[in-house]
Design a binder for this molecule. Structure first.
Ligand code: NAD
Ligand code: DAU
Length: 352
């Protein structure tokens, strides 16, 4: 019988790259993608996989336990790679309950159902929880997040992810459920919804719209190209030790201002516009409440134990990302119509 892996949130940004990676690389696995298709879920991200014989899509809501049970009962997965989440910090500030519902309740529903179906034979089972470095809180000018760093979340998003991580560990410690957790830094690349800084910036430059930078642009993030994250998840899923946590990062730190300026320069080149023309769109706007100052990952554990090495640096990753968005303007136009316009007006222009 084929091994069946349930991937949650596979129609989203990272999930779609993880689904593609597994469907293509492991034809011997049956990949079942469950996604409720929120504003961030988009089946167009997976159009090229529609006819793959080892790929299945189910529209389902992980915050409803009966829906999760139905999937387990029908497909009998032996592995779960759990990415489904509400993922945008700014949205968590205006609507925290949606984050509790999916990120906390949804995760516990999956854990509880996996336990129910797996408990009689825990051999060859694995629950891989995909989490974030934001659970560790904020760094000062120096230092790196290690797997042993204490949790200190500040936003409703990071608090909900921290809570889900705690539940995953609780199911491992209490019921011996085989789990691994990965905590990754900021991802970017094709198919990222343009509410996040990099695609928002690309979209705004393309349309001559101001680029909003929170505060002074001094906050700093550690950027990882999304296909490198998919590769790291593959490594941990297949070779990680049960009960362990692995931090994943690209070792490509940048302040937001520096990052936006890099994007402006690359966009000027790609669009054949005058040098420095995109930088004129930069506007410093009101800071995000509770804005974490700096994230940076110590990725030595996954490097030394599993041999993970990212293939992209920030420059080559941004070049590839910009090229993808410019070649896929239809994708961008579709996702920025409708709900996005309302969100943008409310969030950036203060309209009710
Ligand atoms: P995303 O918002 O692009 O995608 C999330 C997906 O989950 C969407 O397809 C959405 O429809 C689906 N979903 C939401 N609620 C659901 C529910 N109740 N039931 C089923 N599906 C549901 O998010 P992303 O950026 O791809 O992040 C994926 C995961 O990786 C998240 O768990 C996130 O916390 C984590 N992560 C993200 C980053 C990053 O930089 N984006 C970094 C580290 C970790
Ligand atoms: O670190 C991993 C996390 O990275 C993931 O867990 C989250 O799902 C993902 O959204 C991301 O969180 P951030 O808050 O770091 O990403 P975002 O793209 O929203 O913002 C990146 C930085 O840019 C952050 O310091 C806030 C700033 N920013 C963001 C937006 C949307 C701006 O200055 N202006 C903006 O308009």
């Amino acid at each position: 019988m084929m091994k069946t892996i349930l991937i949650t949130g596979g129609a989203g940004f990272i999930g779609s790259h993880v689904v593609r990676h597994f469907v293509k690389k492991y034809p011997q696995y049956r990949i079942v993608n469950v996604d409720v298709l929120t504003y961030a879920g988009n089946l167009e991200n997976l159009k090229d996989l529609e006819h793959e014989s080892n790929y299945y899509f189910i529209k389902g809501d992980i915050s409803k336990i009966q829906e999760v049970e139905n999937i387990f009962s029908y497909y009998k997965p032996t592995g779960v790679i759990h990415l489904a989440a509400e993922s945008h910090v700014d949205r968590s500030i205006t609507n925290p309950l949606a984050f509790v519902q999916t990120n906390v309740i949804g995760t516990v529903n999956l854990l509880q159902t996996a336990l129910k179906y797996w408990q009689d034979d825990l051999q060859n089972k694995l629950f891989h929880h995909v989490s974030t470095d934001e659970v560790y809180g904020s760094l000062g000018e120096t230092g790196l997040f290690k797997e042993t760093t204490c949790y200190d979340p500040h936003s409703p998003y990071s608090a909900s992810k921290a809570s889900s991580d705690h539940f995953v560990r609780a199911y491992s410690d209490t019921y011996a459920l085989p789990v691994v957790i990965t905590n990754c830094s900021n991802n970017y690349g094709p198919n990222q919804f343009p509410e996040k800084l990099i695609p928002l910036c690309i979209n705004n430059i393309l349309h001559g719209i101001e680029i909003p930078i929170y505060g002074k642009g001094e906050n700093s993030r550690d950027w990882l190209y999304v296909t490198d994250h998919a590769e790291a998840i593959d490594l941990v899923f297949h070779q990680g030790k049960f009960g362990e946590t692995y931090n994943i990062g690209g070792n490509q730190e940048s302040t937001n201002l520096n990052l936006v300026e890099m994007i402006c320069d690359l966009m000027d080149q790609e669009l054949d516009r005058d040098k420095n023309s995109s930088k004129k769109l930069i506007r410093f706007v009101k800071d995000r409440p509770g804005h974490d100052f700096r994230y940076a990952i110590d990725a030595n554990k996954i490097k030394n134990e599993l041999g993970f090495k990212p293939t992209y640096n920030l420059k080559s990753g941004l070049e590839a990302t910009i090229k993808w968005y410019l070649q896929n303007k239809n994708w961008l136009d579709k996702v920025t119509s409708g709900e996005y316009k309302e969100y943008y007006k409310k969030h950036y222009q203060g309209e009710k």
